[in-house]
Design a protein around this ligand. Sequence first.
Ligand SMILES: [Fe+2]
Length: 446
Amino acid sequence: MTETPAPPMHLSGHLAPVPDEIEAFDLPVTGALPAELTGRYFRNGPNPLPGERTGHWFTGHGMLHGVRLRDGRAEWYRNRWVRTRELAGDPFIDEGGTVDLAANPANTHVIQHGEKILALCEAGYPYRVTPELGTVGPDDFDGRLITAMTAHPKEDPATGELHFFGYGFFPPYLTYHRLSASGELAESYEVAVPGPTMMHDFAITERYVVWLDLPMVFDLALADRGMPYRWDDAYGARIGVMPRSGPRKGEVTWFDVDPAYVFHVGNAHEDAQGRVVLDALRYDREAINGIWTQIGGTGHESAKAAAFLAARLHRWTLDPATGHPAETPLDDRDVEFPTLNDAHVGRAGRYLYAVSDGAVLKYDGGAHAGTYELGPHGNPGEAVFVPAAHGGAAEDEGWLLSIAGTPEGGSDLLVLDARDLTFQAAVHLPRRVPAGFHGNWFPDAA
Ligand SMILES: [Fe+2]
């Protein structure tokens, strides 16, 4: 008699998918929901169909979970798959080798820019969705976008423009794009890199775009795995600083750095000496190879599902005048999913937030400055910072929203005071929400 193999990490425990779409109204709340939190919290993540055995955590069909808050009440929860061509079964690359950028799972992030809410996955085009989580369809910005779009675009807080990029298996490996504040694709150009790598995130500062060209390289031989990337010692590792405007616009100064991988940037800014300071969550070779095995579904099934929260806050200081990088480890806690007050994207700021196995953490100036412990069943997801709406609010005045597991095996939308990480409220969701990727808070229009 043959035993059924245990499911891989991403199909079990708190990452296991849910089988259907539901909605519920007037959700129970413990604590006091701030009335100022009037809007929608949406979160994206992979959710294979019932019975489907996706090989890689990153390749499941995108599912959005939404919680509607208004005037201190939690009005509704609902979850919906994004109706992508990928969900309908269309191939990303057909037998003739043609790539369909709309046939991606739209499973990684959800943002609002201009009038659009977009579900994002770095493999292809964004999918526009409605405030009620219905799918409008793939969006290529009136036909102007001809590459994929990262799931981590950066909105400049001063100009309102959205900076992003697309990367791909085939040339051009990297293309920079900029959307106007109102959402027109204003500019696209190729950025030369040595080869195709998995480029999940990047950074901006007031004057620069910051590129992460790191040694998780594309390998066609791994194509059946869904995410065909592996560590390559020979590739090296470099961070690029590229002027956003001026006579050297688009010219990248590359800094060779100690080989590492970064999924997520915390933030970057220019210091008083004109250097670019990048704070990001760094994996060394051993750490990325360990989590990549788990994420890829080939790790040991008993491995702890939170083992992927294994990056450490690290600072690279890059001086365009000397071409010399300085590296500083900032903390030795294993964390992931960094967030900040988005008004400070690309600018100097004091605070970052992140999650670890069972806790939400705060950093002040790169130093650990507080922890909210959830206990053994906590499993907090990314903690999204929602700023207080009144004028003159301090950088950390606001709330952190995170979907977290409960001891009963369900999920709560947890609301913490971002200043001291104290508990404010928990919205008890009608079902477990699988641990996923990224989300956002969309406030009601003033
Ligand atoms: Fe991400």
